[in-house]
Design a protein around this ligand. Structure first.
Ligand SMILES: [Zn+2]
Length: 341
């Protein structure tokens, strides 16, 4: 496991703080899903746990602490995640932390590390319990909270953490990295993963039927949107189908396509229409997106994009009616053609 090339700034920032003896007690690692925040947290934690860490803050990989950590049973490292994927982190899982943090590290002068991922999955009781730990920092204990939805954390938790932001790498770095991981057709996988390289890598390597279906859904997504415009499919049944797969991912694709359509439509209305196509998020769909750009109303698309961002935000929260949200954006999609306004 190596430091990802687009995370060197964040690494340097934390290692410098550590060297100055000013490492925050709680760190919130925030950024989109699938860009490597968890991997970063594991690497940083390993460097803290190691007895003889390298000058660059990485773990030596050979000392007793490193070997224990690799074997998965280091007493100074605790990982907290939902017991089932997608479920809440329960209060009992957090409550046990207080007894962990009061102990001194097993290695003299060493760190103890708690890694909570995804931190936004803490329910209210868990979050309140964590607050107590955050309010009484234990010596040489570092809490690493990983999240792709920081807005879902309690403001009181956010304010007690030092936040480190991770950005989605630009397309060419992501693509070069995927190529170095032996991924064939990296561009295609990046499109499907909405630019998130680790998601792209996982999907391209996966033998799971569910993952293979994602590539198919991506390819048929624009068919569906065209069929909706031609009134050959109805928004309600499409919403039901999307809900059965992954609403957030489907809305993410729609958002990327709409961004590209806006770029293409803006170009055709500008005086410089002879210039080459703009930067595209989804180049593999260029000709179809061009066709949609001539059909759809540009002002309507701008408003629609705002609505899509809001929908993604709402889908990331709990207790929303996904079906209704999806129906609404699909019905609005059918009202976008120029002649229908
Ligand atoms: Zn070591």
């Amino acid at each position: 496991m190596n430091l990802l090339p687009w995370q060197t700034e964040q690494w340097k920032q934390l290692v410098d703080r550590r060297r100055q003896g000013k490492l925050p007690h709680a760190i919130l690692l925030s950024g989109s899903a699938g860009i490597g925040k968890h991997q970063f947290a594991e690497l940083f934690a390993a460097g803290l746990i190691c007895n003889k860490s390298n000058d660059d803050g990485s773990a030596c990989g050979q000392c007793r602490s490193c070997l224990l950590l690799q074997a998965g049973n280091h007493p100074d490292m605790v990982r907290i995640e939902p017991e089932e994927v997608g479920k809440a982190i329960k209060v009992d899982q957090i409550r046990n932390l207080s007894s962990f943090t009061v102990l001194s590290a097993h290695v003299d002068g060493g760190y103890k590390v708690v890694l909570i991922d995804p931190a936004e999955n803490m329910n209210k009781a868990s979050a309140n319990s964590l607050l107590k730990t955050l309010e009484e920092p234990a010596k040489n204990t570092v809490l690493l909270l990983v999240t792709s939805s920081p807005q879902r954390l309690l403001p009181t938790i956010r304010s007690r953490c030092q936040r480190i932001d991770f950005i989605t790498p630009d397309h060419s770095s992501a693509s070069a990295w995927l190529q170095a991981q032996q991924v064939s057709q990296p561009e295609q996988w990046l499109e499907i993963a909405s630019g998130a390289p680790l998601t792209a890598l996982q999907l391209s390597n996966s033998a799971e039927k569910e993952d293979k279906d994602i590539a198919k859904h991506y390819q048929t997504g624009l068919d569906t949107l065209e069929a909706l415009l031609a009134q050959q499919q109805d928004p309600l049944s499409v919403a039901t189908a999307w809900q059965k797969t992954n609403s957030l991912r489907a809305v993410g694709w729609l958002t990327n396509w709409v961004i590209d359509i806006i770029r293409l439509a803006s170009l055709s209305t500008s005086a410089n229409s002879a210039q080459k196509p703009p930067y595209m998020t989804c180049p593999s769909q260029l000709s179809r997106l061009k066709g949609l750009a001539t059909q759809l109303d540009l002002d309507g698309l701008h408003g629609y994009l705002e609505r899509l961002y809001e929908t993604s935000r709402l889908l990331g929260t709990t207790q929303v009616n996904e079906q209704l949200l999806l129906e609404e954006i699909l019905i609005r999609w059918t009202a976008l053609p120029k002649n229908r306004l």
